[in-house]
Design a protein around this ligand. Sequence first.
Ligand code: IPE
Ligand code: IPE
Ligand code: MG
Length: 240
Amino acid sequence: MKGTLPAHVGIIMDGNGRWAKMRGLPRIEGHRCGEESIMEAVRVCSERGIKALSLFAFSTENWERPEEEVSFLVNMSREVLRKRLEEFMSLGIRLRHLGRRDRIPDKILAWFDLAARVTAGNKGLNLNINFNYGGRREILDAGLRAAQAVKEGRLDSREISDFRLRDFLYAPDLPDMDLLIRTAGERRISNFMLWHMADAEILITPVLWPDFRREHLEAAFEEYGRRKEVAESDYGSLRR
Ligand code: IPE
Ligand code: IPE
Ligand code: MG
């Protein structure tokens, strides 16, 4: 397959609840079946040499869900890490948790930390698990940390630009998001990576997350490549 590939892909993995409901199953079954979609996305991005993949797994708003569902999702994140760490290693994946640490139980954080530590030296796909993540909160946290740096004399306030503020984000080395995919047809951003998606192409698919497989992601990449090609031919000559 030809065409420009996105460097950083973000996915709002939505529709697990609807997928389960359609089958008369409890919502958590939708989350459980979404794991295979996660692994497929990770494998495809690895194979294609994508630099970064950010998966929205749990938002700061998702704590409002019923206790049983919250506890399933929290524990599932640990189970996925426990079960898949070996495969992540063999794919050369560098895994990181993006989000607030507060409210996440210590035993779950320990797994996020372990996975990050073990994979830190890997040179393949940067896999970000956005858990207890809010886009506004990330920007606010960056602002607070920059203010602290000014107070401690490590940063001159006259030097703060969007370029410098990036240094205070959760993962400063992460490139801008080129392609944002949302499954299950919803046309919302839902407080995902607001800073990174400033210039992202948005692709919304009706496919529910547990049904989102290799072919859907490949199709998304093709669509991205087509859009870039059009942008190049329409405006490319003007830019030069
Ligand atoms: C996405 O699926 C998973 C999370 C938000 C954790 P949903 O659980 O939001 O599924 P729907 O939107 O109810 O179908
Ligand atoms: C966004 O999905 C968050 C995640 C995918 C983790 P939601 O289903 O929680 O978002 P809303 O409620 O539709 O905005
Ligand atoms: Mg939803």
